[in-house]
Design a protein around this ligand. Structure first.
Ligand SMILES: *Cc1c(COP(=O)(O)O)cnc(C)c1O
Length: 351
């Protein structure tokens, strides 16, 4: 073997959920929103002046940053945007987790965290969720190089109380704590107001789930001005033009349609609560989810068997072949019609 092999940055990559494209499929495997983006987004795309594509986009992403600042009542200097929250989170890891001490995150969580830690050579220690799949805040009180967890957690859907999150932040004044709020709009309380109180807090959100724009790749993070400045310094040392012209205006258009945002969220939450009941009646158990997915298991039928049987019928859900969660399925909340078909299949399969 050649010597260059010794000098490759080797990583085990993150495995994204399948993106099948089968006519008539029911896709409940990657937590996308079943509803289209706001009509204002569609109009912004129609109105887009394509001559703008000759030019580089605004490197400060001003249109989008200002729209976010206004919608969330923060200063533009407290907002950083990127190509999906995956990009934003990766930038945060690179910028803030450099102490050489292990960073902490839950053992059952977003499976990208350990991948970023590995690619950036950041040591980490995962902290086991308790038997009810809840984060134990005390696990995060020890010395560490940084803390990150989603709230609600994924793939469990379990929401943590804001007071518990604040306890974690308070116990970690010397490191950065990141709360990944990819699913917060589906019924949680955001930690955003805490950024004025704690200079070590970053709150990350995304357009991918609650705003029906996974395909646009827009993520953002709120934090105090110094943190945001450090993130921009790293971004400009990497790629100044992360967000394209069209994405900047469509993102701003989405933020301008609060009514549509609320309406589609309400629909998903209503469907989720109904589906929780119907699945319980079929014998499924699940932690109480405040997200747009349910994490279910059945006492009689193994998750993997159900996953494969559903797949045969072009109903896609997510199965994780991992210790502790290999008898559970993560099911995204789709439209009412999609969930009716999903439940009809289960009824027939289980009887
Ligand atoms: C979906 C998801 C993300 C990434 O979202 P993008 O903005 O699409 O990159 C980040 N964190 C968690 C927990 C997620 O589920």
């Amino acid at each position: 073997m050649s010597n260059w092999e010794n000098n490759v940055r080797k990583v085990v990559p993150y495995t994204p959920g399948e993106q099948p494209n089968v006519p008539g499929m029911i896709k409940l495997n990657t937590n996308e929103n079943p509803y289209p983006p706001s009509p204002k987004v569609i109009q912004a795309i129609r109105d887009f002046d394509t001559d703008k594509l000759r030019l580089y986009p605004d490197p400060t992403a001003g249109v989008l940053v200002n729209a976010l600042a206004e919608r969330y009542q923060v200063k533009p200097e407290q907002v950083f945007v990127g190509v999906g929250s995956d990009d934003v989170l990766a930038m945060c890891f690179l910028t803030f987790f450099n102490s050489g001490k292990p960073i902490l995150f839950p053992d059952i969580t977003y499976s990208f965290y350990d991948v970023w830690a590995d690619v950036f050579r950041i040591p980490y220690e995962d902290q086991p969720l308790d038997a009810n799949l809840c984060i134990r805040k005390e696990d995060y009180y020890k010395e560490n190089g940084g803390v990150i967890f989603p709230n609600p957690n994924a793939p469990t859907g379990v929401l943590m109380e804001l007071s518990d999150i604040e306890d974690i932040i308070k116990h970690n004044p010397d490191v950065i704590c990141i709360v990944d709020e990819a699913y917060i709009d589906f019924g949680g309380v955001s930690a955003l107001p805490l950024i004025d109180k704690y200079d070590n807090l970053l709150v990350v959100q995304t357009f991918s789930k609650s705003r029906s724009m996974a395909g646009s790749r827009i993520g953002y993070v709120f934090g105090n001005e110094r943190l945001i400045k450090y993130l921009n310094d790293v971004k400009y040392s990497f790629n100044s033009y992360t967000m394209d012209q069209l994405t900047l205006v469509t993102g701003a258009a989405s933020l301008a349609d609060e009514d549509y945002f609320k309406e589609t969220l309400d629909r998903i939450i209503t469907t989720r609560e109904r589906v929780k009941k119907e699945l319980s009646e079929l014998g499924f158990t699940m932690p109480d989810s405040k997200s747009n997915f349910l994490f279910i298991s059945h006492p009689r039928v193994p998750a993997k068997e159900l996953f494969l049987a559903l797949r045969e019928k072009n109903i896609y859900v997510r199965y994780f072949d991992k210790p502790r969660i290999d008898n559970m399925l993560r099911v995204t909340i789709g439209t009412d019609e999609e969930m009716d078909q999903f439940i009809a299949f289960l009824k027939e399969y289980l009887c």
